[in-house]
Design a protein. Structure first.
Length: 160
């Protein structure tokens, strides 16, 4: 009997990369209370010390990760990167697939690892710099403060 091949999106570690606690599977309602939007992920891989450690990542119906586990800061940076990509495509500078090819080439990573959902704390700022460079080289004006504005989170609202 042959060994089953491990799916590369299954969690390799049950340890949170941020605080070292155990990671667990939870339904979306655990994170978002009653504000789960239609079409969003139903399951998440969450740090057991949530909400003190806010690391998590969406999973598909087979509990396979859709990207790399991220804390609040990294999730925000990923959102910023997506806003820049949207601006690049809206200005018809290049298609999204070409943007990812540029990121992969400049970072020296595979096309799969160039996708924003696979970014990590070490390369997300480099990705954002690449995206800004694309916009600047094409003379697209943009309001950096507006694109990089922080989101309100449950934690931020509770502190106010």
């Amino acid at each position: 009997m042959g060994r089953r091949k491990r799916n590369r999106n299954r969690p390799k570690s049950e340890i949170c990369p941020y605080c070292g606690s155990k990671m667990i599977f939870r339904p979306a309602e655990y994170l978002f209370m009653d504000s789960v939007s239609p079409g969003s992920s139903k399951n998440y891989y969450v740090c057991s010390h949530y909400p003190d450690c806010d690391a998590y990542m969406a999973c598909d119906d087979k509990f396979e990760l859709k990207g790399r586990v991220a804390n609040g800061w990294l999730r925000h940076q990923r959102l910023v990167a997506h806003r820049y990509i949207d601006l690049i495509t809206a200005n018809r500078i290049m298609q999204k697939s070409a943007v990812y090819m540029v990121i992969a080439t400049k970072l020296g990573v595979s096309l799969r690892n160039a996708h924003i959902r696979f970014s990590n704390d070490g390369n997300i700022e480099k990705i954002i710099a690449i995206l800004r460079e694309i916009l600047d080289n094409n003379n697209v004006g943009y309001d950096r403060n507006k694109i990089e504005r922080p989101l309100y989170t449950r934690k931020n609202l509770q502190e106010d």
